[in-house]
Structure formats: structure tokens, C-alpha cells
Design a protein around this ligand. Structure first.
Ligand SMILES: [Zn+2]
Length: 217
């Protein structure tokens, strides 16, 4: 697997600093599982961040701080148990999906456009970022579209091309609202991607406007 496209540095920095929401975190972590280069970058950033923390002057803890942390940990216990129960209905039939994502519950594939199916991944906690799997058949030309927010795409199988380059397994494609996407699936197998997205997808052109009411992500 030769990885050509990586997340922007700002995104890796935010990941290392723990500033991403769960949906964004899943997308970047999916890329990191297959990309040694980005894992090294993140480790270097974490090392720098740890050095900054170590250099800060020591501050006395407020009275009751330890008890407050213990109370919060007690409150987390039911959520962990719920997560384990949901793992029984996780995703076991998608090649290339990292093991940590397979544990999330998901519904079945649903048709959203000709030759394109979508499978939502349910988050255990509220997240402004939606995560889903997108499966496109070979030869599919995705309808030209833009976003009102950002879109992170991790390619699991197959490949596609658009004006930004050619993307294959392990690659990471970051699009923001300014990106015009006209995507062509150019692999001989299904192209399956993990997508984290905020905002809405806006389809362009007459066909896009006809299909727009059918798109429910
Ligand atoms: Zn990378």
C-alpha cells in the first residue's frame, strides 16, 4: 500500500492535542493505522506537547479535585458497558476497516444514488461530525458536489480520481466548502471509503438537483 495523500498538518496537530471531536478523531485514526509517516508526525507533536506541559510551573490542586475525578470515572462505567453490548452488532464485513471502527454499531447499506450505497456508523456520544461508509461501484462518476462544511475521506478499497489527484487505499482526502468535487471511481473493484463530514452535501447540475431530495445522510 503506497500512501500519497495525508491529512493536513493542522489536522494532525489537532489530533495530537486531543482537540478533534469523535467523528473527526475516527477519520484521522483510520488513516494513522495504515500510515507510518503520519504516526511519526503525531508522536513528534505529542512529544513537543508533553515537553511544554513539563516545563510549566507546578500548580497546587484545588481541594476536592481528586474526588471530582473519581466521581466522573464512576459515571463513565455504564457508558463503557453499553459500548461493549453494542459491539455485538458491529461491522464485520468491510475489508480494510481498522479493528477499532468495527466495534461501532452500524445499520445496513442503503441506496443513495445510482451505483452508490451508504452505511451510517452510529456514534456512542453526540458528535457534530457524522461518520459513514460510502461504497461506489466501478465506473461510477459521482455527481459534482460541494460541501457546506468539511469532508474527510479515508479510502479502504478501490480508488478514485478528481481534480486533486488519484486516491487509493490508505490515502486521506480532505475537502472543505470551497472544494468542487467531480469524482470518478477508476478501480475494477468497489471503492469503499470511511467518510467523516460536517455540514451538508450540495449536488450541482440538473441531475444533482433532482437527486438532492433523495440524499439523506
Ligand atoms: Zn499519512
Amino acid at each position: 500500500m503506497t500512501i500519497v495523500h495525508h491529512p493536513p498538518d493542522e489536522l494532525l496537530t489537532a489530533f495530537a492535542a486531543g482537540m478533534l471531536d469523535l467523528g473527526q478523531h475516527i477519520a484521522v485514526a483510520t488513516h494513522l493505522t495504515g500510515c507510518r509517516h503520519c504516526r511519526r508526525v503525531v508522536h513528534a507533536m505529542e512529544h513537543v506537547g508533553g515537553g511544554v506541559l513539563t516545563a510549566l510551573p507546578a500548580t497546587a490542586m484545588s481541594p476536592g479535585a481528586l474526588a471530582a475525578v473519581e466521581t466522573r470515572l464512576d459515571g463513565l462505567a455504564p457508558a463503557v458497558a453499553t459500548g461493549l453490548r453494542k459491539a455485538a452488532t458491529g461491522i464485520t464485513d468491510v475489508p480494510g476497516l481498522p479493528p477499532f471502527v468495527r466495534d461501532y454499531p452500524s445499520s445496513s447499506w442503503k441506496w443513495i444514488a445510482p451505483k452508490v450505497h451508504l452505511r451510517p456508523i452510529r456514534m456512542p456520544e453526540a458528535s457534530a461530525t457524522r461518520v459513514f461508509l460510502l461504497k461506489s461501484q466501478p465506473g461510477t462518476k459521482m455527481i459534482e458536489h460541494t460541501h457546506t462544511g468539511f469532508e474527510m475521506t479515508c479510502i479502504l478499497t478501490g480508488s478514485f480520481a478528481h481534480a486533486g489527484g488519484h486516491f487509493g487505499p490508505g490515502d486521506f482526502d480532505f475537502g472543505d466548502g470551497a472544494t468542487d468535487h467531480e469524482v470518478m471511481i477508476d478501480s475494477s473493484e468497489d471503492c469503499i471509503c470511511l467518510v467523516a463530514m460536517q455540514g451538508e452535501l450540495k449536488l450541482n447540475g440538473i441531475i444533482g438537483r433532482l437527486l438532492q431530495p433523495l440524499i439523506r445522510m
